[in-house]
Each structure stands twice: as C-alpha cells, then as structure tokens.
Design a protein around this ligand. Structure first.
Ligand code: APR
Length: 237
C-alpha cells in the first residue's frame, strides 16, 4: 500500500496527507493534484476486493478519485463526448475549456466518433498528455443496446490506451450526465469492464475512476465493494 501510494503519488504529482483504512476499502486522502488547478475535493480509494482472486492486481491498479478530471496528470484522460466530437457541456465542456482551442481543431479533423468507439488527441493545455474521446450511449430505457454500448466505450478507450502504450488513464463516468444512463448500473459496468481489461493486460498500468460529486463517490465505492464481495464470476457482465 505504502509502496503503491508513493509511486502513484509521484506519477500524479500529489502529496499524501493521510490514510484511513476500512475493512474492505482503503481510502487515501490527497493534497493538490496539479499545482495551478488544485481541486477543492480530492480523496481517492484504493479498492481492495473481498475475495482473494484479483485482490493484489486491483488494489494496485484502480483508484477512485473525487474531483475534476481536468486537474489530473495521468498520461491520458477520457472525454465523454458526442458523435460529432464538437465539444459540449459537462465533462466535455470542462476538458475543452482546460485544453484550449487547439483541442477542438484536432477533434474536427477526426471525422466524428461512433457510439461505443474511441479516438485520441493531444491534451494541449491540460496536465494530461492526451485525451481519449469516447461516445457513450444515450439512455433509452435499456433495451436499445445501451449496456453493451457503454461497456464497449470503456473497452475501446482501454484498447486505444494499450495500443499507444499509455501507462495511466483517468475516466469520468461516461453517459451518466446529459445522456441519462442510471448511475448505479453505469458504475458497475464501468468497474467490471476496467477490472476485466486489467486482468488481461499489463497496459495501462493504472486506471483512475473519477467521481464528480460526493454522492457519486459513495455510490461508486459501494458498488465496487459489493462486486468485490460477490462471487468472482459476478464480475462478468
Ligand atoms: N470532471 C469529472 N467528471 C465530470 C466533470 C469534470 N470536470 N464534469 C462533469 N462530470 C461528470 C458528470 O457528473 C457525469 O457523472 O461526468 C459524467 C458524465 O456527464 P456528461 O459530461 O454530461 O457526459 P454524458 O452523460 O456522457 O453526455 C455526453 O454531454 O456535453 C455533452 O458533448 C457531450 O453531448 C455529449 C454529452
């Protein structure tokens, strides 16, 4: 835990303030992630699944962070974009504002992005070196392929990161804002896809799941704890 905290801390450029331990979840409290855009909130969980299988891997490689994704100095951050990759509100708007106008210029040269797919650009003024743009599904009741499309968005981002040898990636909660995907279900799909991918691949080495509100943070950590305590087979979609 200490070894991991120190190396991950170095990678993100953060300072560790203190550690609080719970039976099934370890929570670390962090100081500023980026000196110029320090988030007001910013604590992270190191997930420790309740079953022996996968404990070491997941504990070392997935972190839950509460705050603004645009402040993170992971090698890549993921954008929850639209099919036109033309910018918008929510996390998309925040990423474009923080990256500056050159991001939109590059996005416009990419010819859009189908739902469930992913494309990569530079990060420009962001602390992250690059941005992986993906498009999650718009929630239409759950019988229009939304679950698979959301899983595919996570998978394709991770595949793209792997292809480009990206060591650390931060994800927002794709589709859970303007696109209306029910959060608890989206959190489970996200965590299951990420942990499944990391089980099979050494790259990316680290994944940060970003929650933008206290409520999302508690719901996410609860969902993960439940998945960890369930039979390992339930981690499959
Ligand atoms: N950092 C981290 N997470 C954020 C941030 C931020 N700065 N801003 C918003 N979020 C969170 C929201 O709280 C939500 O849980 O990102 C999640 C996704 O919400 P949206 O940004 O609305 O994305 P999505 O639901 O996928 O809708 C995509 O919104 O703005 C448009 O162009 C975008 O049309 C696309 C649509």
């Amino acid at each position: 835990m200490k070894r991991f905290s120190t190396s991950f801390q170095k990678m993100l450029g953060v300072s560790l303030i203190g550690i609080l331990k719970c039976p099934s979840l370890m929570i670390a409290r962090y100081g500023p992630i980026h000196p110029h855009t320090a988030p007001k909130l910013g604590y992270s969980s190191f997930v420790q699944l309740g079953r022996p299988r996968g404990v070491e891997k997941m504990q070392d490689r997935i972190e839950i962070f509460l705050g603004d994704i645009t402040t993170l100095a992971t090698e890549a951050i993921v954008n929850a974009a639209n099919n036109g990759l033309c910018g918008g509100g929510g996390v998309d708007g925040a990423i474009h504002r923080a990256a500056g106008p050159k991001l939109l210029e590059e996005c416009q040269s990419l010819g859009g992005c189908p739902t469930g797919d992913a494309k990569m650009t530079q990060g420009y003024n962001l602390p992250a070196r690059c941005v992986i743009h993906t498009v999650g599904p718009i929630w239409r009741g759950g019988s229009h392929g939304e679950y698979e499309a959301l899983a595919s968005a996570y998978r394709n981002c991770l595949e793209l990161a792997k292809k480009n040898a990206i060591r650390s990636v931060a994800f927002p909660s794709i589709s859970t804002g303007a696109y209306g995907f029910p959060k608890d279900r989206a959190f489970r799909i996200a965590f299951q896809e990420i942990s499944k991918f990391l089980d099979q691949s050494k790259v990316p080495e680290k994944v940060v799941i970003v929650c933008f509100s206290e409520d999302d943070y508690s719901r996410y950590t609860e969902a993960i704890t439940e998945i960890g305590e369930a039979d390992p087979k339930s981690r499959e979609l």
